[in-house]
Design a protein around this ligand. Sequence first.
Ligand SMILES: [Zn+2]
Length: 142
Amino acid sequence: MRIMSQEGNTKPLAGWAPQNWISLALMIVVGAIAMLSLYWGFQEYGQNNMETAFMYILIGVSGFAAIGFNFFKGSPVAKQQKSGPKNVEVVSTLECPQCNLKRVRAHQVGDFIFKSDEPCTRCDGSMVITRINARKDPKKKN
Ligand SMILES: [Zn+2]
């Protein structure tokens, strides 16, 4: 029997964008269909309906291959994003609207542009965040 020998199951999955929850939902749906197909396939197999069984199993395996492919395709991107900012420091630029004092400090959680942040060290004004950007300087000088 050539039932378990499926090779070309790479076609239906091109063009998947490994993005956000839509692809996650897709993966879940495809996974469910693949699971069902496999289940049906083995049932048909048990009843000696080889052709139907082969079809279902092929669908099921393709589905899992699609999920695996999607996962595999998605993970290097996630890795890049995770390991990338390690030597990139995110900094917030603060400016005092009153005396134009400028200060750059490490980005803090909750920082956003135009947020009025810490008090100015030179006058009584409060400094406003004017810029949040990545700095490729591994050593920070705060
Ligand atoms: Zn000031």
